[in-house]
Design a protein. Sequence first.
Length: 232
Amino acid sequence: MANDLILIVDDEENIIELGRLYLENEGYQVEAASDGLTALRKFEMLKPALIVLDLMLPELNGWDVCKKIRAVSETPIIMLTARTDDVDKIVGLELGADDYMTKPYNPRELVARVKAVLRRGKAAASPANAAPPGPVLQAGPLSLDPARREARLNNRLLDLRTQEFDLLQTFVENKGLALSREKLLELAWGFDFYGETRTVDVHVAHLRHRLGDDSPVKIETVWGVGYKLIVE
């Protein structure tokens, strides 16, 4: 939404100014921080609607900044990484970021991701936009209630973040079908601009962890295509 405040945290001035230019052109307010400690102070003071957070920062790195923010707030975070192997590290960690982008990035993609993350978060939080009661989706022992935004596996409630729930719902609605990363971005994220797609891999890794290794409900990799959900 226009006028939302975005906090960009990066120690590269050109990255900050590029993001500021494109986001302000879309009507957002932009504040910046060049190190992790300043980022935490500005977060507490300004209460931004969303944070664009670089991984490698002086004073306090992005990993720790994200963990400290997540301990007290669900403010959306888009994590910036300098290398694809940084994303590979994130796959194995539960940081709680809502999205991930690899630098250098296309600023138009950043704007698209900011819009999508904010739109998704506000829709999930607004009672007025809550889904009306409807059928519970089923995939073997996995059940999803979109209206209540609850997922249960063998009657065990799964602790899912907003985007993880949306992604799992997309898989269940398309059970057995191979979906490309671009298609998943369209269906589960609502993106209309495709660029870096590793965020799908990160969220799939987190979903696999939530489901557990012994679950008969699995998200399979379809090499050269993307992913599909199966029930063994």
